[in-house]
Design a protein around this ligand. Structure first.
Ligand SMILES: *Cc1c(COP(=O)(O)O)cnc(C)c1O
Ligand code: SF4
Length: 341
């Protein structure tokens, strides 16, 4: 079909976009006009953790630039295959806080629930890159156990839908799950951790917003963006529509070498997110997962960057610098006050 008549056709639904991801390294390199030199390594690394990205995310990458900060988040590289000391397969020891399949109860008052194991993109640095998703995604058959667990523990006041990406599931499934929470008197808040508003902004439909507004809990959405180039005009519009519906939207970022390790980049990210109605929440130092060592930054460098943000931005635009340590009662806030450099 010629381009013009394709443009005239109705805009694709989010389901169509989600079933038409780029998963072949060759196609990715062709779309971006990159040299096929990268191909063998990409195929080798993709065997361990497949390539996956939305076309919308690819459209925001610069053609011909192998160092593009969005490309580097999703392109499998040969360096991932190197074993690195101090990097593990389950760095957060999540297997220890997994009382029923699909549910993690690590911190007081809140549980993290996995409704689907799918994500729309595979972020190469993801700490769940080795997580046995399939085993830990019981599907609907596992809901009863999760609901029983949540009902029995009156200290739980918040349910966090996380990933996989919960918005990869359709509205009906989301509603069917939250309907089961409605009868539980101690649940006050519903939180959604998702990268879809950034990598597939079409997912933020009026119907989704209505579900979030109608659910009888306070709702919070935590999105995940690492670089200002991710916030296209479509993403901005999607985020603003959440904000206009009265939904609290926060962002978390992972600090990544050669992607967002300059103060200007992180400052621009906070500013563009605020224009889209989003406040910064966490700036995570990398979890030491095997295959992601090339993204790691020295701790001093992280402190330096965070201090630079504090100097340049109003306090509400400075994310908390955190790391995760297994066995701790919360994420660990790294205090820049300790940094003297
Ligand atoms: C990060 C995380 C949470 C949420 O922590 P907050 O500090 O409330 O954002 C909850 N459960 C698990 C397992 C987590 O990893
Ligand atoms: S869970 Fe989040 S960080 Fe990990 S691959 Fe999915 S979208 Fe990326």
């Amino acid at each position: 079909m010629p381009q013009a008549s394709r443009d005239l056709k109705k805009k694709r639904s989010w389901q169509e976009a989600l079933s038409d991801l780029v998963t072949d390294p060759k196609e990715l390199l062709t779309l971006l006009e990159l040299h096929p030199d990268w191909l063998d390594a990409a195929y080798a690394a993709a065997r361990l953790f497949p390539l996956k990205t939305t076309r919308s995310f690819v459209a925001r990458m610069q053609k011909g630039n192998p160092h593009d900060p969005l490309l580097r988040q999703i392109l499998p590289l040969g360096i991932e295959l190197q074993e690195s000391e101090g990097f593990e397969r389950d760095p957060l020891k999540e297997a220890n806080v997994n009382p029923v399949p699909g549910l993690l109860h690590k911190y007081a008052g809140r549980v993290l629930v996995t409704l689907t194991s799918a994500c729309a993109v595979h972020c190469r640095y993801c700490f769940r890159r080795h997580f046995p998703y399939a085993e830990n995604n019981p599907g609907r058959a596992g809901w009863e156990k999760m609901i029983t667990y949540i009902t029995a523990d009156k200290t739980i006041s918040e349910v966090i839908l996380s990933g996989g990406d919960p918005l990869a599931a359709n509205d009906r499934l989301l509603k069917q799950f939250t309907d089961q929470l409605v009868g539980i008197p101690h649940i006050k808040r519903l939180r959604i951790h998702t990268r879809l508003p950034v990598v597939l902004p079409e997912r933020i439909t009026q119907a989704l917003i209505e579900w979030m507004v109608q659910v009888p809990f306070d709702t919070v959405m935590v999105i995940h963006a690492n670089h200002p180039q991710e916030i296209s005009s479509e993403v901005k519009a999607a985020l603003l529509s959440l904000r206009q519906a009265g939904i609290c939207v926060l962002n978390q970022t992972v600090l990544l070498r050669a992607i967002n390790d300059r103060a200007e980049t992180l400052i621009a990210l906070s500013e563009i997110l605020f224009e889209a109605g989003v406040l910064p929440y966490y700036l995570h130092v990398l979890d030491k997962v095997q295959g992601a060592a090339h993204f790691d930054l020295e701790r001093d460098k992280a402190f330096q960057l965070h201090a630079a943000l504090g100097k340049a931005l109003p306090g509400y635009l400075v994310p908390r610098l955190v790391c995760e340590e297994p066995g701790k009662a919360s994420k660990t806030v790294l205090s820049t006050a300790l940094f003297t450099g």
